[in-house]
Design a protein around this ligand. Structure first.
Ligand SMILES: Cc1ncc(COP(=O)(O)O)c(C=O)c1O
Length: 404
């Protein structure tokens, strides 16, 4: 008789966004006349940049000819893309990352889940609270989180690092010692960022205790302040303790096109074993590469035109962020984020719980956001709005907030 991975049975409820979708669907079924404005899920709304579209068309044409057709991609990804990444994302920022330390993937969600494959189940993880749920759920699937304690909305064997207004929505070094530390800056969901000196503290701490940092920099393109690091490798010693995850979803609108990469430096070792070779083995065995046409599209993001056009998209979303942040502040809400990230994190008014506020907004003004408690217990009493809507919808949502 076969046996299932029973860790899956420990996972609580449904994924946050399915619950939201169910509530919104039920509301629309009951009120088909109401127009809903969705500022919930972190999906982009602008079309792909012209430079990316041209590269896609050209690559499709190449696939149509015998001379230029491509089959399986190289294990780590095409060198043309990895070189563009190494030059633009790292060398240009003074970081020396070799192209065989870059592993092209189909996105940061897969990488943040899959990276656990190279770590023993006996590692203890530390996560921010609130947190992007994928880190915790994938560790739960791997049997690394202990049991779920529904009363506390926590896992018994996870170290939670509260990110609250008191800590400026950044984690403090944990009291208990973790083996794997998940950090995400600029942060989803709180929209917070930390400066280089603060990130250096984490790197120094990880080196001191022998932990590895999984650094999710999916929102790097949204950084607007000078002292916020764009990559963890700007910090001294990070190559010996950190894996960085990046995505083309938010900087270039690839949420439906799918492309990302992981950086696993060769200096990062467990004893004599290099994590780079473990990840190369895992990648080569379980993944057959992002499609050629998509990797060409990714390369185009780094062309002069591509950089200019995608920067315009980021600026468009950040204008939305500013509009929401300033608009809600003027209405008396307590708001943070939206400066180095496309997320606005607002305190729910009148001591409403996150889900009460969700229902209230859906009912009263038909605006959908994300309840902060869905990201962890310290998110209770908070609510996330995204800047990824259209400008028109963002303005319309603000007008509706004024009616409350
Ligand atoms: C923190 C964080 N990491 C990763 C991802 C997923 O990125 P991708 O689309 O590359 O899978 C998201 C998506 O919302 C995210 O918020």
């Amino acid at each position: 008789m076969f046996k299932i991975n029973e860790n899956y049975l420990k996972l609580p409820g449904s994924y946050l966004f399915s619950t939201i979708a169910k509530k919104v669907n039920a509301y629309t079924a009951a009120h088909p006349e109401e127009s809903i404005i969705r500022l919930g899920i972190g999906d982009v709304t602008q079309p792909l940049a012209p430079a990316v579209i041209t590269a896609l068309h050209n690559a499709v044409d190449e696939m149509a000819k015998k001379e230029t057709f491509r089959g399986y991609a190289p294990d780590l990804g095409y060198a043309f893309l990895r070189q563009a990444i190494a030059d633009n994302d790292y060398k240009a920022r003074g970081c020396d990352i070799a192209i065989d330390e870059i592993f092209v993937s189909d996105g940061a969600k897969s990488d943040s889940g899959n990276i656990g494959d190279i770590f023993s189940e006996h590692n203890r993880i530390a996560v921010c609270d609130p947190v992007y749920p994928v880190y915790v759920d994938t560790n739960a699937m791997a049997g690394r989180t202990g049991d779920y304690l529904p009363e506390e909305e926590r896992w018994s064997n996870v170290i939670y690092m509260p990110c609250t207004a008191e800590t400026n929505f950044a984690p403090e070094l944990p009291k208990e010692e973790p083996d794997i530390i998940y950090l995400c800056f600029p942060n989803n969901p709180t929209g917070s960022a930390i400066n280089k000196a603060e990130l250096q503290r984490w790197v120094d701490y990880a080196l001191k205790i022998g932990a590895v940092i999984i650094y999710d920099a999916a929102y790097e393109a949204y950084i607007s302040e000078d002292d916020v690091p764009h990559t963890i490798y700007e910090c001294e010693g990070a190559k010996a303790c950190a894996i960085e995850l990046r995505s083309f979803s938010k900087n270039a609108g690839f949420t439906g096109t799918r492309l990302g990469f992981a950086v696993v430096p060769k200096e990062l070792k467990c004893g004599e074993v290099s994590l780079n070779s473990l990840w190369a083995r895992r990648h080569g065995t379980k993944f057959n590469g992002a499609p050629y046409i998509i990797q060409r599209a990714g390369e185009a993001v780094y062309s002069e035109e591509g950089k200019r056009q995608t920067a315009q998209q980021v600026a468009y979303y950040m204008n939305n962020a500013r509009t929401i942040r300033e608009g809600l502040t003027a209405l008396g809400y307590t708001v943070s984020g939206g400066v180095n990230a496309p997320y606005i994190w607002l305190k729910t008014p009148g001591n409403m719980t996150s889900w009460e506020f969700f229902d209230y907004l859906l009912e009263k003004i038909h605006v959908v956001g994300t309840p902060g408690s869905g990201f962890g217990p310290s998110g209770e009493g908070y609510f996330r709005l995204t800047a990824f809507g259209t400008y028109e919808n963002t303005l319309a949502a603000l007008e509706r907030f004024k009616q409350l």
